[in-house]
Design a protein around this ligand. Structure first.
Ligand code: MRU
Length: 349
């Protein structure tokens, strides 16, 4: 079966899989305006840091393409305003801000030599398409570097979904697995279910099983025990934001996986493109962590109440894994090893 296409630009609109409906309903929806894109990012119809960046870039173009009647300066102010709106959809994945900043900078620079607003709009669309295409290439390169690192590790544990459905291409954490498959190497994957929104069970298990890769879903609280059984040879996860120190924000529960991996002396790898690094942030403590609604924890699968009404529920969507628990960070430019502050700066300069 062909790989599921997370996001695409078709007939002047964005087409994406509504990931809230997975795994039993694979439905594509078309987004034609910025409000639709804001909502899609906020409620996780499109999700995963790189895919959010690509979606936001297209969303910004959708938001400004109807602008009419003003000066170039007014147009640029409008672009900045619409970008700020999209940036408020989710706080943790830095790819959202990275993509919007890149779009803004590009159009401001173009406006120094072009005063035609239609041309500037076209430049914005072209830049969004470049971000989309680059994302695919970055995934491929992460896959190649990551494969070299894990090719003798036949059984890998991952958390959340950092696969094709989180990007425009092969994914980040799952890209080495797909590259292995192309080369005839079959990895067995344990996918943490990833409470509360079950991205591991619903999304990772879907894309891997559709691709013919053996995948076993476990509840999050089983990971340490499966590691103790000796089956897991490596852990690979994605990232939403990596600080200068290498501290990494990723889906809630990643930190526990890293602690358990360190205890069991299992290598713990983070896979992420350079667009996920935020070198303005020194350490993980400064990474903003999204807190989502009570109902995601209190109502299982949106259907079954599991927490009494009088009890509170806390729902941080991400956690930060300290860099000392990370064996290496796999990027499209190569693999980064500790000491991270020095080596991230070298690789990303
Ligand atoms: O809340 P989500 O589903 O957007 O969280 C996704 C993750 O935490 C991923 O691991 C991360 O964005 C990396 S995706 C390549």
């Amino acid at each position: 079966m062909a790989r599921l296409k997370t996001i695409d630009w078709v007939d002047n609109r964005v087409r994406l899989i509504d990931q809230t409906l997975l795994p039993d309903d694979i439905r594509y929806i078309d987004i034609t305006d910025i409000d639709g894109m804001y909502e899609a990012i906020k409620v996780l119809r499109v999700r995963g840091a790189p895919a959010i960046g690509v979606a936001a870039a297209f969303g910004l173009y959708l938001g400004v393409r109807g602008f009419s009647g003003g000066s170039v300066n007014e147009f640029l102010k409008f672009v900045d305003d619409r970008a700020a709106y999209l940036a408020s959809a989710r706080p943790t994945a830095v790819n959202l801000f990275w993509a919007l900043d890149r779009m803004k900078k590009f159009v401001h620079t173009q406006a120094e030599s072009s005063t035609d607003i239609d041309t500037l709009k076209k430049h914005l669309l072209d830049e969004a398409i470049r971000i989309f295409e680059e994302d695919k290439r970055m995934c491929r390169a992460i896959g190649e570097h990551g494969f070299e690192l894990i090719k003798d590790k036949n059984c890998v544990l991952t958390h959340c979904n950092a696969g094709g459905l989180a990007t425009s291409g092969l994914g980040t954490a799952l890209a080495p697995i797909y590259v292995g498959q192309e080369r005839g190497i079959v990895f067995r994957i344990f996918a943490d279910e990833t409470r509360p929104l079950l991205q591991g069970a619903r999304i990772t298990a879907l894309e891997l099983s559709e691709a013919g890769i053996p995948v076993t879903v476990i509840c999050d609280n089983m990971a340490a025990s499966v590691m103790a059984s000796g089956q897991i040879k490596a852990c690979i996860v994605g990232a939403d934001r990596i600080a200068e120190s290498g501290d990494t924000a990723n889906k809630i529960g990643t930190y526990s996986v890293a602690i358990a991996a360190a205890y069991h002396k299992i290598p713990f790898y983070v896979a992420a493109p350079s667009s996920t690094f935020d070198l303005k942030i020194k350490s993980g403590i400064d990474i903003p962590i999204e807190e989502r609604g009570r109902e995601e924890v209190a109502i299982f699968g949106g259907a079954k109440k599991t927490v009494p009404d009088k009890a509170e529920a806390f729902n941080p969507s991400f956690d930060v894994t300290p860099s000392e628990l990370i064996t290496a960070i796999i990027t499209e430019k190569g693999v980064i090893y500790p000491p991270y502050t020095v080596n991230i700066a070298k690789m990303m300069c």
